[in-house]
Write a protein that binds this ligand. Structure first.
Ligand SMILES: Cc1ncc(COP(=O)(O)O)c(C=O)c1O
Length: 377
């Protein structure tokens, strides 16, 4: 038998392993804490967890486990269409987490020799999704304020097939200004370039309804808007996300996806979560309050440089602390707190960390652990 390595496709062989936040299991092994004892600030999800109504829906759906789920998540798609009001079920595709839809989008549209453009830094799965198809990635560095320069992006998109954008961006926690987004969308449309716009964190932004591009899918038939039940809805482990686009895009992706991709517990849980407005209201209140508090508290540490976040996480330049992100991460971990060392992001060095906004008690523990790790002013 030949070595297995000689049998693998080149594009798979060249893939790098995934690096993400939420590595609580690895962190538990390293520290001796139990996974549930570690406070995870590396994963930016709803600190209140999912809605009780979603949990009840899961329990009520237990007796459906013996059958296959609805392969195209029709009831959930209709509920989403009713929720937004200005789109139809035919404009929506549901995925096993929104990550599945990144891979599906690249697989559906990238032909041999074609390229995808994305910012650096941004969420790393866009790059992996493209590389897995065997096609190539072109990065555009963000400027010194971690913003996209519309002109550079416009120039670099020529000759590309797809653009990946993240609004607000992970890990920078910054919104793309509306005029920049519109300029990029117009330029992409005029050059037949498809735009994958990840709005997974947009629901944490107060002006979400005015900023979202969901209603623009008719104006921009090249646009695919991504959303998730992982982040604000807190259904992280269930794996459910969705995309909104022109019917032609959705139909192609529905054909290309694997069957039964979203399980029979995730579908009713997502429907119940979407309808629980009270839970979302409490979440927004908590995030706004704690964002202001953390903004003040994190500002007391010498060498922490950051601007107010647009999303539910802080992105901090720590080069003036004389520590690397890895050193801070391990010192924090000894105190049972996991933060994100951002050095794996393309375009960043070893001097950036990301921390999520959690409940007040948890945020207090974060600040106390930073105090033990660093010297306050
Ligand atoms: C910007 C962004 N999009 C998508 C995802 C993945 O979301 P999901 O859990 O829906 O696959 C993440 C996860 O961290 C993310 O940061």
């Amino acid at each position: 038998m030949k070595p297995i390595e000689s049998l693998v496709k080149d594009n798979v062989k060249n893939l790098k392993p995934c690096v993400h936040g939420a590595e609580v299991y690895g962190a538990a092994e390293e520290t001796g804490f139990k996974a549930e004892e570690i406070l995870d600030f590396s994963s930016s999800v709803n600190p209140l967890g999912p809605s009780q109504k979603a949990l009840d829906a899961i329990i009520n759906a237990f007796d459906r486990i013996e059958a296959y789920p609805d392969s195209n998540s029709n009831t959930l798609r209709q509920t989403l269409a009713d929720h937004f009001g200005n789109i139809n079920k035919e404009n929506i595709i549901v995925g096993n987490g929104s990550t599945e839809l990144m891979y599906l989008f690249a697989e559906t549209f990238l032909k041999k020799g074609e390229k995808a453009l994305m910012a650096a830094p941004t969420f790393s799965e866009y790059e992996r999704a493209v590389r897995k198809t065997g096609e190539s990635v072109k990065f555009v560095r963000l400027n010194n304020d971690f913003q996209i320069e519309a002109e550079t992006f416009r120039r670099d998109m020529t000759g590309c097939k797809l653009l990946f954008l993240c609004n607000p961006n992970n890990p920078t926690s910054k919104l793309i200004p509306e005029e920049v987004l519109t300029e990029i969308l117009d330029a992409a449309l005029s050059q037949d370039i498809l735009v994958f716009l990840d709005e997974d964190f947009l629901e944490f932004v107060e002006q979400e309804r005015n900023i979202t591009m969901i209603s623009k899918i008719y104006e921009y038939p090249n646009l695919f808007v991504l959303r998730s039940f992982t982040k604000i809805f807190g259904l992280t482990g269930l794996r459910c996300g969705y995309g909104i686009a022109n019917k032609e895009i959705v139909d192609l992706m529905l054909c290309a996806k694997i069957p039964w991709n979203v399980n029979c517990l995730a579908q009713p849980a997502a429907i119940a979560a979407l309808k629980d407005e009270q839970h979302l209201k409490l979440t927004h209140e908590l995030i706004n309050q704690e964002k202001a508090w953390l903004n003040k508290e994190l500002g007391q540490f010498r060498g922490f440089n950051f601007s107010a976040p647009d999303a539910n996480f802080f992105f901090i330049d720590i080069r003036d602390t004389n520590f690397t992100a890895n050193a801070i991460k391990h010192r924090m971990l000894k105190q049972g707190i996991l933060i994100r060392d951002c050095s794996s992001f393309v375009g960043l060095n070893e001097f950036y960390i990301r921390v999520a906004i959690k409940t007040h008690e948890e945020n207090l523990r974060l600040i106390n652990a930073f105090k033990k790790t660093l010297n306050p002013v």
